[in-house]
Design a protein around this ligand. Structure first.
Ligand code: XUL
Ligand code: CO
Length: 439
């Protein structure tokens, strides 16, 4: 049992029920409790984001790092990376999460050269393998950091310089290998700098073709290397670039379809990216799910008063309930999960805050799951929605949908059947109904 970095936390955070006042206990997340046809753990598949929780320093645009992490105190970059990994696994084990997600450059330091960076990554992958075997914790997804290194200032796959695109492609090859080696169930592509700052210097069509070629090469590499994880594309409208090519779920789906990539990808939907795009979290989940492409979720939240990616831990029960309704209706996330792509506030300097943040996020989704399952069991929304569209199941509605009639026949039908009678959408009644379940 690892116990060096969080000695003040017991071996395992336990479920104590909703009346518990212990901040280091779950009030709703009871991993073995059955909800519908699965346990809570099977439904929720929680994952910790290595970058925010173990590489995060609390630094922001206006100030220096505010967190002093013992695992960052080692001088040599490799020793520091190893200590960070041990702290991370101690945390995963004590929290009782089964998954983590990582970027290549989170788990291993960048070297002086590409070859050195690859060697560092291999060493830390070996270390992760040992820690995974010791703890049973698994990789939900891996990814490549194609945005921090200054060579990517003008994009990675979409860089105007083919040499940089080649560097990114080689880096992705190694990140896929690392994910494969660690048994990762998915691999994520987030286009961190795949966008533009000004159209004055940008050939948008050329850049999108480059991105498509890049993803096709990854698909081909996946096939030949034997990696069987699901590829996921993560939309985000802006930040760091002014306009990112994978703006939102619709844009990403159209891109995948246009470039013949749609069969090889699903989407990883992030709550705060949805709101930055001017959508709600549930809108983006619904768009992806309707297309059969909701693969995984980055569980966080933004702030309604701030227009950037604040990546806060999820606490809003309306939002987790709506998310779980969509996830349950599509019968789960398959190989995906709920990854806390969320960071502590700059002032939350105590490592204990990492526990409080994750416990809160896990409880918020466990509650959302319970509420959503109850709404589905009671069929209160399902029956209403089915009734709302009932006119398409017989008569003219069925003929329209089956293609049996065209505009001529419809006109004849309308002349014989007169004016439609408006029916209420009952929005307020349904909002009250939802409120009655949120408790
Ligand atoms: C950035 C973001 C990334 C991706 C992985 O906004 O969400 O951390 O999830 O690169
Ligand atoms: Co994310």
């Amino acid at each position: 049992m690892l116990n060096n970095y969080f000695p003040q936390v017991p071996d395992r955070i336990t479920f104590e029920g909703k009346d518990s006042k212990n901040p280091l206990a779950f009030k709703y997340y009871d991993k073995n409790r059955r909800v519908g046809n699965k346990t809570m753990a099977e439904h929720l598949r929680f994952s910790v984001a290595y970058w925010h929780s173990f590489m995060g320093t609390g630094a922001d645009l206006f100030g220096a790092p505010s967190f002093k992490r013992t695992w960052h105190s080692f001088k040599s970059p490799l020793d520091r990376a190893k200590a960070t990994m041990e702290a991370a696994f101690e945390f995963f084990q004590k929290l009782g999460v089964e998954y983590y997600c990582f970027h290549d450059r989170d788990i291993a330091p960048e070297g002086e050269t590409f070859a050195e960076s690859c060697k560092n990554l291999e060493r830390l992958v070996d270390h992760a393998k040992t820690l995974q075997a010791e703890t049973g914790v698994k990789v939900l997804w891996g990814t490549a950091n194609l945005f921090s290194n200054p060579i990517y200032a003008q994009g990675a796959a979409t860089n105007p310089n083919a040499h940089v695109m080649a560097y990114a492609a080689a880096q992705v090859k190694h990140a896929i290998d690392a994910t494969h080696e660690l048994g990762g169930e998915n691999y994520v592509f987030w286009g961190g700098r795949e966008g533009y700052e000004t159209l004055l210097n940008t050939d948008m069509k050329q850049e999108q073709e480059q991105l498509a070629r890049f993803l096709h090469m990854a698909v081909e590499y996946k096939r030949t290397s034997g990696f069987t994880g699901q590829f996921l594309l993560e939309p985000k409208p802006a930040e760091p670039t002014k306009h990112q090519y994978d703006f939102d779920a619709s844009t990403a789906l159209y891109f995948l379809k246009q470039y013949d990539l749609i069969d090889h990808f699903k989407l990883n939907i992030e709550a705060n990216h949805a709101t930055l795009a001017g959508h709600s979290f549930e809108h983006e989940l619904a768009v992806a799910s309707a297309a059969g492409k909701l693969g995984s979720v980055d569980a966080n939240r933004g702030d309604t008063l701030l227009g950037w990616d604040t990546d806060q831990f999820p606490t809003d029960l309306y939002s987790t309930t709506m998310a779980m309704l969509i996830i349950l209706r599509q019968n789960g996330l398959g190989s995906g999960g709920l990854n806390f792509d969320a960071k502590l506030r700059r002032s939350s300097v105590d490592p204990l805050d990492l526990f409080y943040a994750h416990i809160g996020g896990m409880d918020a989704f466990a509650r959302g799951l319970l509420i959503a399952q109850k709404i589905l069991d009671d069929r209160v929304l399902a029956d209403f929605v089915a009734e709302r569209y009932a006119s398409y199941r017989s008569g003219i509605g069925r003929d329209i949908m089956s293609g049996a009639v065209g505009l001529n026949e419809i006109e004849q039908w309308l002349l014989q059947n007169g004016e439609p009678i408006p029916q209420s959408g009952r929005q307020e009644m349904l909002e009250n109904l939802l409120n009655s379940y949120i408790q």
